[in-house]
Design a protein around this ligand. Structure first.
Ligand SMILES: Cc1cc2nc3c(=O)[nH]c(=O)nc-3n(C[C@H](O)[C@H](O)[C@H](O)COP(=O)(O)OP(=O)(O)OC[C@H]3O[C@@H](n4cnc5c(N)ncnc54)[C@H](O)[C@@H]3O)c2cc1C
Length: 447
């Protein structure tokens, strides 16, 4: 069993397939393998690396200390382990990302035994839900309807308790966990995922439709890092939702939609779905672009809601969805920087960093992706703050220079004579002006 982004034992059809095959042969042992692929490891920021190490340690505990970690190119490592163990097959959950697909095809070609793909990290595998003419969806609502109609299997059970795990060669050891300083990660692993899910389901799910847009409240599940690493399968969560929980099911569906879009348009990992954005749009360039990017990334734009979001990202390796949209809109439409720069910054810091959700979350906000009303949606960072952080609690939590301002006054420090007393920066741009520039630039590329 080659684990990748499915770091759990329960509800894991690929693992059950491996166990079943082992049980039917002469040698009932299963090798639980994880390969630290330098391509993926080096591309990850310190937060995701640290989280992965924690997740692997947790999986290792569940396996009685028998996880076999190997460092190297999977094209070499996986066949070598298959040979060393005399394996009759290698089991995986299918990967639908551009790199994962290429890698799996190359591993399959290098193996002398079958690579068996069972299940995927999604309730419905990317590519399965299509329009009537067989082409992929590019707009969420019809995808959601077709996805719901398609349906999914119920959760698979837990593996038997008497599986004999086996390490045929010496383990290379866990990768080094980067030092994150003050940044504290939440507990990783299958048990932590199940516990967090159960607590959310029992205590907060009913209020989710009203509270999910409020970054000042604990209104969302904060399950994204668990889903990212497959410490829980979305099917496990979907199976416990009732009819009244459609709003939450829809959010899980966004994850599936974006995986589908990326799988059917792999170039969108780095290029805009609407190519005019990359070819014709006027972007800020040179030293100004570099300075603006740094200002945004460090949370010094002078717009409190934007700065709170970017500081939350660096403090926790996570950001609330509403604020992700607002900071993304600000980068593209107020600072006129290409979404790819923001997506890279997000991937560096996010503990839930996921290629499909990230590049398409960015493209949706930039207006060059799957938004049904592209580009004209320009978030006003002040109004968004006032609406979704009405008492200013969220801003005060992450922006200490504004803690002296009461209530919603925190969203407009320029209106308070004491607003800048503790060194909060002035606004780097005028939102009303930049909004006009963005809309004019968009009109120009449409022609
Ligand atoms: C610019 C931008 C970048 C993003 N980058 C990522 C990313 O790298 N990784 C990531 O997992 N999510 C990403 N998202 C989506 C979303 O912000 C996070 O999934 C969500 O904030 C996670 O918090 P939660 O688990 O409390 O979500 P909840 O509101 O509790 O939702 C439950 C689950 O549904 C899924 N989900 C919810 N909203 C979305 C969405 N808009 N798109 C895709 N999946 C969604 C997530 O798996 C989430 O854990 C991005 C959104 C934007 C706007």
């Amino acid at each position: 069993m080659w684990f990748r982004r499915d770091l759990r034992l329960g509800d894991n059809p690929a693992l059950l397939a491996a166990i079943e095959e082992a049980g039917s042969g002469d040698d009932p042992r299963v090798v639980p393998l994880f390969v630290v692929d330098p391509v993926l490891w080096q591309a990850s920021g310190p937060v995701r690396k640290a989280y992965l190490v924690d997740a692997l340690r947790s999986l290792d505990d569940s396996l009685g200390g028998q996880i076999l970690i190997q460092h190297g190119d999977p094209v070499d490592v996986v066949p070598a382990i298959a040979r060393a163990s005399g394996a009759t097959s290698v089991h995986v959950a299918a990967d639908f990302g551009p790199y994962g697909r290429r890698r799996d095809d190359a591993v399959e070609a290098a193996l002398r035994v079958p690579l068996v793909r069972t299940g995927s990290p999604y309730a419905v595998a990317p590519g399965r839900v299509t329009k009537d003419d067989g082409t992929p969806f590019r707009v969420f609502t019809p995808f959601w309807k077709a996805w719901t109609r398609h349906g999914w299997r119920g959760p698979a059970g837990a593996p038997p308790t008497d599986v004999e795990w086996w390490m045929p060669v010496e383990c290379d050891g866990f990768p080094d966990r980067p030092d994150l300083g003050d940044l504290e990660l939440p507990a990783a692993g299958e048990q932590a995922a199940r516990a967090r899910w159960a607590a959310f389901r029992d205590q907060r799910l009913a209020a989710y439709p009203e509270s999910r847009n409020r970054p000042d409240l604990p209104g969302t599940s904060v399950m994204s890092h668990h889903l990212r690493w497959g410490e829980i399968h979305p099917r496990t969560m979907l199976a416990e939702l009732g009819q009244q929980d459609e709003v939450f099911a829809k959010e899980l569906c966004w994850r599936e939609f974006y995986a589908d879009v990326l799988a059917t348009a792999p170039k969108s990992a780095h290029s805009s779905l609407d190519q005019r954005y990359d070819d014709d749009m006027r972007w800020t360039e040179g030293a100004t672009a570099r300075a603006m990017l740094a200002t945004w990334a460090e949370g010094r734009t002078g717009y409190p809601f934007v700065d709170a979001g970017m500081r939350q990202l660096r403090a926790e390796g996570w950001m609330h969805n509403r604020v992700r949209m607002v900071v993304a809109s600000f980068l593209v439409k107020d600072l006129h920087l290409p979404w790819q720069l923001g997506a890279r910054e997000f991937m560096h810091w996010l503990r839930d960093g996921d290629l499909a959700s990230n590049v398409h979350g960015w493209q949706w906000t930039a207006g060059c992706g799957t938004d049904a009303a592209p580009f004209y949606r320009v978030f006003n960072p002040i109004l968004q703050g006032q609406k979704f952080d009405p008492d200013g609690e969220y801003v005060r939590r992450y922006v200490p220079e504004l803690r002296h301002l009461p209530g919603a006054a925190v969203h407009e420090p320029w209106n308070d004579p004491a607003g800048y007393r503790h060194g909060y920066p002035q606004r780097v741009v005028d939102h009303a002006v930049e909004r006009g520039v963005a809309l004019a630039d968009f009109e120009a590329i449409k022609r």
